[in-house]
Design a protein around this ligand. Structure first.
Ligand code: SF4
Length: 362
């Protein structure tokens, strides 16, 4: 038996669903992470738990929250004759103000799909005459790997390797949601991010907002255990952080990864689709490593502003948990995974993609 099997056990899941469904009053929970949204939809947990629990999807898809202006900067870089833009898969199809990287590639731009930062380093070794720009998109889980690549580039003296850092930090986004008009009573905390930053990073939620948070893995029993603990915490009026993902998350997280991140990056404001510019919610490359910083190397701040295409896409509202995807008039008609209009339909972790694939609101 694989270790994940016990977290997929239908009898255990059914038992937990029964307990949760018999709770005395309904509870609204937001899941931060796009991986949780997909698992919840895939296993039918929304409908199984209704009406005892109402689950809302949050802004936890790094591709989806990347702002148009940042995608435009990537497009501008891709258009340079001296640049090879290296990107992870989902970013290829995300539309900016004037197209996507995929469209830019079709028009002749050098855009390369990579599966890790190491692939981008390999490109830098293979193509010394070009400048490689790795599109650094992700949360606290991705940033340490990009930091490691920059340290490796320095070690090897790879002068043609750079990163456009669009990394984002999750606690400020959670604060923004909890300070907004969206009413939730508890938070399903992200599993992978928590494995890096530790569950103690979420203690501000009960302390400052009176909201319970449970870190969770991605199997159905993981998620149900977390939801059950959240429902208990709400009913007992004892908001607290509960680590139900003990096989992956420790109180302080992965200190090696945190140190690596801190050695290369420093905290900066970041523009989140749906949430706007949030203070101390992004990571920029420290001055000591500025030769690896595409923003500095190519003076990105001077890229001319573009006029956003009015596509009618409501990804911003979806990411801020203001609407469900099927409340967007374009959902499933004009906008589908084959012809996506917005990042929430493009990304493998996008909420609109999850709704399209597994079914919509109850
Ligand atoms: Fe945007 Fe498509 Fe989602 Fe509507 S359905 S919010 S257009 S991604």
């Amino acid at each position: 038996m694989r270790y994940t099997d016990e977290f997929r056990n239908p009898e255990t899941a059914g038992y937990l669903i029964e307990i949760i469904r018999h709770a005395s009053k309904p509870v609204t929970i937001i899941e931060f992470c796009g991986g949780h949204t997909h698992a919840i939809m895939r296993y039918g947990l929304r409908s199984a738990l209704a009406p005892a629990v109402r689950l809302l999807a949050g802004p936890g898809c790094p591709v989806c929250v990347t702002a148009d202006s940042d995608i435009d900067a990537a497009l501008w870089l891709a258009g340079r004759s001296d640049v090879v833009l290296a990107t992870f898969g989902d970013m290829l199809r995300v539309p900016g103000s004037y197209g996507s990287l995929q469209e830019a590639r079709a028009s002749g731009a050098r855009v390369e799909l990579v599966y890790s930062a190491l692939d981008a380093l390999a490109l830098a070794r293979e193509l010394p005459e070009m400048i490689i720009v790795l599109l650094g998109v992700g949360f606290e889980t991705t940033a340490p790997t990009i930091a490691a690549a920059i340290l490796q580039a320095e070690l090897e003296g790879l002068a043609n390797f750079t990163v456009l850092s669009l990394h984002k930090l999750t606690p400020p986004a959670m604060r923004a949601i909890l300070s907004s008009q969206v009413r939730v009573e508890a938070v399903l905390g992200p599993g992978h991010v928590s494995s890096i930053i530790g569950w103690q990073a979420w203690e501000f939620m009960p302390r400052e907002y009176g909201i319970a948070c449970a870190t969770a893995g991605f199997e159905p029993v993981d998620i149900l255990l977390a939801i059950r603990s959240l429902v208990d915490a709400v009913h007992q009026q004892q908001p607290r952080v509960i680590n139900t993902y003990q096989r992956g998350v420790t109180p302080a997280g992965n200190l090696v990864a945190q140190r690596m991140m801190a050695s290369v990056f420093e905290v900066c404001p970041a523009d989140w689709r749906g949430l706007g510019v949030l203070a101390e919610s992004g990571l920029t490359i420290r001055a000591r490593f500025e030769r690896y910083d595409a923003r500095k190397r190519f003076a990105i701040e001077q890229v001319p502003e573009t006029v956003a295409r009015n596509r009618g896409c409501r990804c911003g509202d979806v990411l801020a948990a203001v609407i469900e995807p099927d409340e967007c008039p374009l959902f499933g008609t004009v906008c589908t995974p084959v012809r996506p209009l917005g990042p929430c339909m493009v990304s493998a972790e996008g909420t609109c993609a999850a709704f399209y694939r597994y079914g919509g609101t109850l």
